[in-house]
Write a protein that binds this ligand. Structure first.
Ligand code: MSP
Length: 648
């Protein structure tokens, strides 16, 4: 029997178009769904929109629309954004759909029948943006009501109304016991501490109906009440797969309990406390895992409409493409922490990881194979030592990649995979196949074959993250991905016995066009020009003595690192032959990653007065020139000239 995998996202409030934060939750689910699909499992991926409640009703009123028209106007934006990012959900559920309304009512009825619901009066504070009841805050003088929401810090308002209550207080011990028995229920584990201490501090019964909110699911047999929006919203995870619909009984049993429920850290209490308590009360199994991610921040603050710092995923896609942004979000933002969004990081990841490390490797290999007309590449019987150790590294990497994916630590899985890409690059370049293509064709083919085997593994493991680009990569080595079988197992990735048919494809990843490098003296033509004009004699000529003042030498960059506290500067150690080694800084990080510069030979002004930049002294200056795209290019010199030779 085929294994099943059911993954859910939170359902999104539809008061605006989706932003990068909503994309992030959904993308994590898509990557997990694809990762399980390529292992041959039957996958169900549920996402959707949270359309009821006071927050939506107020936003609709402000927009001068009735709530249903208001939510209807945003739903297409969610669907088209997910399509744009190649997010392949199985069902997009809306809480205004009639099957959901019936399912949520069915759940309330079950809780009622089991004796977990009673009627009383709720008096207390409510935060509309979070749709949450705010408990009284206790200080040393006794109880004082909290006018501010402890979650979002915004003002709350008092409500006092008849309400139905869910006996949450009866579930404290059961929940604590469940967390203990299931230590992997909340991932990452650190997040479980706040949940456990919340439950340990004592649970109060939860108000689950409102009389003053009309835009909601009618409470069963109580026409004046609507179901509290969070209770109704949480039930989407079961109503979306048939709960409460007699003809969908099998479907529901087939998928529930969910394997992974994805959510942001701001909504952990609802998912890790209220939701499991409701499920226990309804005699339903609990989800196997809650995967809790951090926030994407912009300028150190959570992205939010009210702060006006939201990043539009559609604009981002238009500029950088689907797969590169999918890769960036998975690689750059550690799932267990908050992460800062930055365009510089997006561009660096694309230029360095995708275009240089991966795209160029493929291009160079295929171009070389084409040059020597070796487009059919078979495995070899006896690999040489270098190929063997690349193979060993691949076996090791696959194991570690799987372990990180099993822990849902996508950023670590990708970092590990990139270490292997670097190893493959080092192998390919270290073997210098271009030198032996004619003199030793057997070795030439072996190098191509080992590189193809590596690229094949890389493409399959990266398929969930960059589905399109990796299919292109597979096509260029004559492979393809077959849906429906356990690709990773049946491909027996550790066996290097495949035949590849190479095909040239368009450049896999384009480097983003860089803006002019700010802060580098080379990139500020007006400033430099002004400076020069002021010092020049009237006719603008300089004499040979003036030229002699500038000492220019050849040198090799032996080491290079990024300068902390600066997103432009790199710090190089430059070998200037007889002049010794110098530390030289340059503002060229937008065009080069530090590691790309190592080994490059350039021209340096060696008698420039040392000056401090970002806390480090620079003892010279490197000559560069911008190309048409705005990328800074080093001024290089031929190999026959040694380091430390003065230009004249
Ligand atoms: N409607 C509720 C969820 C109900 S689930 C039964 C809700 N909606 S939301 O639209 O406000 O948020 C949905 C998800 O988006 C949450 O997981 C939230 O953490 C995530 N994100 C919203 N902004 C975010 C960032 N800036 N960064 C990362 N994710 C964040 O809560």
């Amino acid at each position: 029997m085929k294994k099943h995998f059911y993954v859910t996202t939170p359902i999104y409030y539809v008061t605006a178009k989706p932003h990068l934060g909503s994309l992030y939750s959904t993308l994590l689910a898509d990557v997990l769904a694809r990762w399980n699909k390529i292992q041959g499992k039957d996958v169900f991926f549920l996402t959707g929109t949270d359309e009821h409640g006071q927050k939506i009703a107020q936003a609709a009123e402000k927009a001068g629309k009735n709530p249903k028209d208001f939510v209807d106007s945003f739903v297409p934006d969610f669907k088209s954004t997910w399509d744009l990012y190649d997010i392949k959900y199985n069902k997009f559920m809306r809480t205004t759909d009639s099957y959901h309304i019936r399912g949520a009512q069915h759940l309330v009825n079950v809780l009622m029948e089991k004796g977990y619901i009673y009627k009383s009066v709720y008096r207390g504070w409510y935060c509309t943006p979070c749709e949450t009841f705010v408990a009284e805050i206790t200080d040393e003088n006794g109880h004082i009501p909290g006018p501010q929401c402890p979650d979002c810090g915004r003002d709350t308002h008092i409500i006092s109304e008849e309400s139905y209550f869910f006996k949450l207080s009866a579930f404290g011990d059961k929940l604590l016991n469940f967390y203990k028995q299931n230590p992997h229920f909340i991932v990452p584990k650190e997040r479980s501490h706040e949940v456990i201490s919340f439950v340990e501090s004592g649970l109060k019964d939860l108000s689950i109906s409102r009389t003053t909110v009309k835009w909601g699911v009618p409470f069963p047999n109580e026409p004046l009440h609507t179901v509290y929006v969070w209770v109704e919203a949480l039930s989407n995870y079961i109503t979306g797969i048939g709960y409460g619909q007699p003809d969908k009984h099998n479907e529901f049993n087939q998928w529930w309990p969910a394997d992974v429920q994805i959510l942001g850290k701001d909504i952990i209490r609802f998912h890790a406390v209220y939701w499991p308590a409701i499920l226990i009360a309804a005699d339903l199994p609990l989800p196997k895992k809650l995967l809790v991610h951090g926030w994407i921040k912009v300028d150190k603050q959570k992205m939010s409409k009210s702060l006006g710092n939201v990043i539009d995923p559609i604009e981002l896609q238009a500029k950088y493409g689907t797969d590169p942004i999918r890769y960036y979000l998975l690689r750059q933002i550690p799932i267990n922490q908050d992460g800062d969004f930055s365009i510089t990081d997006v561009e660096n990841r694309i230029a360095s990881d995708l275009a240089n490390d991966l795209g160029n490797l493929l291009n160079r290999m295929v171009a070389l194979a084409e040059k020597y007309n070796v487009m059919e590449v078979s495995a070899v019987v006896k690999w040489n030592t270098a190929s063997d150790s690349l193979h060993d590294e691949s076996v090791q990497m696959i194991q570690e990649f799987y372990a990180h994916m099993d822990d849902s630590m996508f950023h670590l899985a990708l970092a590990r995979l990139w270490k292997f890409i670097h190893a493959t690059n080092a192998y390919f370049h270290g073997q210098e196949p271009w030198k032996i293509a004619q003199s030793n064709p057997a070795l030439f083919k072996e190098i191509l074959s080992a590189t193809c085997h590596s690229l094949h593994i890389i493409a399959l493991l990266l398929l969930p993250v960059m589905p399109h680009k990796m299919e292109d990569l597979l096509a260029s080595i004559g492979m393809h991905f077959e849906q429906g079988k356990d690709t990773l197992e049946s491909e027996q990735l550790q066996n290097w016995d495949r035949h590849f048919t190479l095909k040239k494809i368009p450049t896999l990843f384009e480097k983003p066009l860089r803006e002019v490098v700010e802060g580098s003296s080379m990139s500020q033509p007006e400033k430099t020009e002004n400076l020069i004009t002021a010092q020049l004699p009237e006719n603008n000529y300089i004499t040979i003595e003036d030229v002699a003042k500038v000492q220019l030498h050849t040198g090799t960059i032996e080491a290079c690192v990024a300068v902390e506290n600066s997103d432009k500067l790199v710090q190089m150690t430059v070998n200037l032959g007889d002049l010794g080694k110098r530390t030289i800084l340059a503002g060229i990080r937008k065009s080069y990653q530090p590691e790309e510069l190592v080994g490059k030979r350039g021209l340096f002004i060696t008698n420039l007065k040392p000056r401090k930049m970002a806390g480090t002294e620079s003892q010279g200056m490197m000559l560069v020139a911008e190309d048409e795209t705005g990328k800074v290019q080093l001024v290089q010199f031929p190999d026959v000239v040694k380091n430390g030779v003065r230009l004249k």
